[in-house]
Design a protein around this ligand. Sequence first.
Ligand SMILES: Cc1ncc(COP(=O)(O)O)c(C=O)c1O
Length: 396
Amino acid sequence: MSDKLAINGGDPVRHTMLPYGRQDINQADIQSVVDVLKTDWLTTGPKVSEFESEFANVVGATEAVSVSSGTAALHASMHALNVGIGDEVILPAITFAATANCILYQGGTPVFADVDSTTLLLDINKLESKINSNTKAIVAVDYAGHPCDYDALRTLADQHNIALVADACHSLGGMFGERSVGSLADINAFSFHPVKAITCGEGGMITMADKLLAEKIRTFRNHGITTDHHHRSTKGEFHYDMAGLGFNYRLTDVQSALGINQIKRLSEFTKCRRTIAAQYNSMFEEHAVIDTLNVDSRVFHPYHLYVVKLRLENLKVDRDHIFAALRAENIGVNVHYLPVYLHSYYRALGYRLGSCPVAEKVYEQILSLPIFSTMTREDVEDVVAACNKVFSAYIK
Ligand SMILES: Cc1ncc(COP(=O)(O)O)c(C=O)c1O
């Protein structure tokens, strides 16, 4: 292999693009979808509740309500907590836009808090100063899959009598101490997008202990109607009442059938991701250009993402150039995420550069390397070879 970078016309490390994430679908997944297509229920049928109870069992929650996406899960969570005009909800600056958007959907105000530079999770020390009498909830994001410190967050939330929500869209399969993600916050929101721990194509789940909150969310996902189609069909009734304003956020039986099979495979998926992360960790130990993120010894990390920070002081080029050079080598690196308030929509709402300085600085350094359950040892070696090739060209 020549040292000439692919971005400069050299041969790439790989001939096909290695994506940063992708689904893992086996024959049993396919069969479960095919089987449901032959039944009477394509949506709001028995597979939906079966998936919900399987999911609740796996994460140790008493209630699980499925919805059509992780975004819908977060929106429904904000609705269930009665977030509305004048209410503030605190969230980390570094997350996917949906974590903040769901607060706006309800008329609430997102309050961005800075992150810890070593984990990119909410910095608990900076969080408390953001709490005031308008604060309704904290949405903690288990960035990259690393569960937040739910002991510290619980203490803070209880002290101030505010709700604790986990955006667990990255952390299915993770644990904090002996407790699984899904049982750690008052409300826990999951996504089943194809790059996530398990997939339904699109889909989401909300878990909680509170039965009333679960009922409220079941109504919200079904237009605000208090009974669903399956329930009425079983009882031979046609009357229904729309008691509030809701949405069509239902998950279908086709998606649930896939989810039921995928959740059975969760521990297999997590094991593969952790093996890949361990390979990266050992290859990047004491690296001149890469810092890996810290992992709290109390957590079991399912590694939805493998994020590294570049030591820009040792490089002649910036992160965007490294990104382009790695892409040219056919390594599908990605960046998670621009601090949400720097998107033009949020700037137009009045959010300003400089409000979360750690998040802004770290954003310039981060790169997500490929990680997904079907990646081979050779794929991992390609990523490391491409990184080393690119870094040696640009190291100071
Ligand atoms: C942290 C986080 N929150 C929320 C979401 C939204 O999930 P979905 O794409 O299923 O709507 C995502 C998905 O990318 C996410 O990464």
